[in-house]
Design a protein. Structure first.
Length: 346
């Protein structure tokens, strides 16, 4: 059996190599456990001065958590397996966030969901023109977990709320622009950057990164920030829909607003409510509090119809025609919305 996470240490720089290309490096429990064990072993090892995480796949850094396995456990009623996976994944995210040494994620290709958990929480996030970052959980009847309740509200303006609700995928340039990433490097320069990082022995990482980093071009978000703020920087989810409807009738932002409304309608209505409340609370919470909230909520959402149906439509049958319950946001009663918000409580 191949090893999906390979580790090595060379002259002070430890490398984590994600090597499950057929699954686009979706993090199964074994990968999570292996990464955590390596980080813990290197934490107090004085010979290790920095950690680099990269992928062998040309398509993806990491496409997220192994959500199909979670669904299977939920369907068979194995609550212990569901808890075990999420507790391990969020524990890894916390370890990355609190790592005492430089943690460099080289994101070339997709970084989705759990892929952001093992990158965005680190001190250095390098992206390329081939990178695509997203939290697409509302489209599978889930919510932006892995501490997204902490980092999304802290992005530029209301961009985090926009990304969390719509699941929109942003380019590497946009990731730097809004704060998800720290450095922009041409994909053709990544091998040379990694060689120099290794040759540095973990010293002068800032200087090495500066030699290869460039200013990204204006991204697809450029010129959209005011519209995003108008539509997503509001107090209620109802206002998001109202503002987008109003924008959709205009000329300047009409196309964007209509596309954004369509994206919201593809998500599970229950997930939209959970996500909006999660981000509202996360804006005034610590990362540890957000990860604790994620675990409580994940255990409550995993057995629900919308989650099992969303994963079925996206990853099992792949018909991309989920039947949400209820099917539209307008069908959610006030009592149901209050119940969903209450799921975030201890």
């Amino acid at each position: 059996m191949s090893v999906p996470v390979k580790t090595s240490v060379h002259d002070g720089v430890a490398t984590v190599l994600l090597d499950r290309p057929a699954a686009l490096n979706a993090l199964d429990l074994r990968m999570v456990q292996r990464m955590r064990a390596a980080l813990e072993a290197w934490r107090d090892d004085e010979s290790v001065r920095a950690v680099v995480v990269r992928s062998t796949s040309p398509k993806a850094f990491c496409s997220g958590g192994d959500i199909r396995a979670v669904r299977e456990a939920a369907v068979r009623g194995d609550a212990d397996a569901v808890r075990g996976y999420f507790a391990a994944e969020y524990g890894l995210d916390a370890a990355v966030a609190g790592y005492p040494k430089p943690y460099v994620a080289l994101i070339d290709g997709y970084a989705l969901g759990g892929g952001l958990g093992i990158s965005v929480h680190g001190s250095v996030r390098v992206v390329t023109e081939r990178a695509g970052l997203a939290m697409p959980e509302t489209a599978i009847g889930f919510f932006p977990d892995i501490g997204a309740g902490y980092f999304l509200p802290r992005l530029r303006g209301a961009v985090g709320t926009y990304l969390g609700l719509t699941g929109a995928r942003v380019s590497g340039a946009a990731a730097v622009e809004c704060g998800l990433a720290t450095h922009y490097v041409d994909s053709g320069e990544l091998p040379a950057l990694e060689r120099e990082l290794n040759a540095s022995g973990g010293h002068d990482l800032d200087a090495v990164l500066a030699r290869y980093s460039t200013t990204p071009p204006p991204s697809e978000l450029h010129g959209r920030y005011e519209a995003i703020e108008r539509c997503f920087g509001v107090e209620t989810l109802e206002e998001v829909f109202e503002r987008l409807h109003a924008e959709s009738r205009g000329d300047e932002e009409g196309d964007w607003a209509r596309e954004t409304l369509a994206a919201l309608r593809r998500g599970a209505p229950s997930s939209l409510v959970l996500t909006f409340e999660l981000l509202r609370r996360g804006a005034r919470s610590s990362l540890a509090e957000c990860l604790d909230r994620d675990l409580r909520l994940a255990l409550r959402v995993a057995p629900t119809h919308d989650f099992t149906e969303g994963v079925r439509a996206a990853l099992v049958d792949k018909d991309h025609e989920p039947r949400w319950s209820p099917e539209t946001f307008g069908e959610l009663t006030r009592e149901r919305r209050d119940h969903l918000a209450g799921l975030l409580d201890g």
